[in-house]
Design a protein around this ligand. Structure first.
Ligand code: SPV
Ligand code: MG
Length: 289
């Protein structure tokens, strides 16, 4: 297998796109589709367990999945570690653990622990004091072993309704603390709020966006801004698989058989290919006696 790229290598052209993942299989499909990076989404992994994205999963559960994904792909994995599992001490331990387990970057958000998922209506969005979060970013930077490991600070100031000035102040403070990139999140239905932020941003570090709530924002529009370095398509692996499974299950139940779905789902041979059965056959041929 080719060596895994670092995130700075993948961002060298100035702009890259990361697809969400919640499993080795979804990661393999995202890499095959040509995405430059993977987003190990807290929302997706929580949904995979049938749980809300409110800090319920443990770091060990997350790390096990990261190791399994990292073993099956060569593009960099950006791990969504929410609030970093606690204070700066927890962040120090988390960054060491995620780097060792194969992540190329972590995103840490400035909410209090336990967090509440960002896009929910009327969510309880509480932010940490700016100074305390800056300390967590400093701890993350000092814990990394490789300079190529990217620390992304995420501000939820717009999600919490605190306005542009607060979002900009926080973003600047997190860059001062050492963040390599700033993820600014919005749940407005149009790109206006984010575009106002981009216009006011001095470009000292590249921005990261996840335009789930404002799908009019295209990759080209982000690239053209000259200030966005990374686009994250944040939950489109789990949402597309839920839609596909629901359709197939309902059809088989209604038809009482498989003929109605056979043309619309992946063939068994396609799954064999994703499982590397050709390698298994080659090993059998060579070594089974
Ligand atoms: C995730 O995918 O886990 C994210 C993005 O953090 S969002 O769910 O929009 O907060
Ligand atoms: Mg998340």
């Amino acid at each position: 297998m080719t060596e895994t790229q670092s995130l700075p290598e993948c961002l060298a052209s100035g702009f890259a796109q990361a697809m969400a993942t919640h499993s080795p299989l979804s990661a393999v499909l995202a890499e095959a589709a040509g995405f430059e990076a993977l987003w190990l989404s807290g929302f997706e992994v929580s949904a995979l367990y049938g749980l809300a994205d409110v800090s319920l999963l443990t770091m060990s559960e997350h790390l096990a999945l990261l190791r399994a994904i990292s073993a099956r792909c060569t593009i960099p994995i950006i791990a969504d570690i929410d609030t970093g599992y606690g204070n700066a001490v927890n962040v120090d331990y988390a960054v060491r653990s995620y780097e060792r387990a194969g992540a190329a970057a972590v995103v840490i958000e400035d909410k209090t622990f336990p967090k509440v998922t960002s896009l929910i209506d009327d969510g309880r969005q509480e932010l940490l004091r700016r100074e305390e979060f800056a300390g967590k970013i400093e701890a993350a930077c000092s814990a990394r072993q490789s300079e190529a490991f990217v620390i992304i600070a995420r501000t939820e100031a717009l999600i919490a309704g605190l306005g542009q000035a607060e979002a900009l102040d926080r973003a600047r403070a997190y860059c001062e603390a050492g963040a390599d990139m700033v993820f600014v999140h919005s749940k407005q239905r149009t790109p206006d709020e984010i575009e106002a932020f981009i216009a006011a941003w001095d470009g000292r570090r590249p921005l990261v966006l996840a335009p789930t709530a404002y799908p009019e924002m295209t990759a080209e529009r982000m690239r053209q801004s000259g200030k966005v370095g990374l686009a994250i398509w944040a939950n489109h692996a789990i949402r597309s698989s839920v839609a596909a499974m629901r359709t197939t299950f309902e059809r088989i139940r209604a038809d009482g058989g498989l003929l109605g779905v056979e043309q619309d789902i992946a063939s068994v041979n396609e799954i064999f290919a994703l499982q590397n059965m050709d390698t298994v056959k080659a090993v059998e041929k060579r070594f089974l006696r």
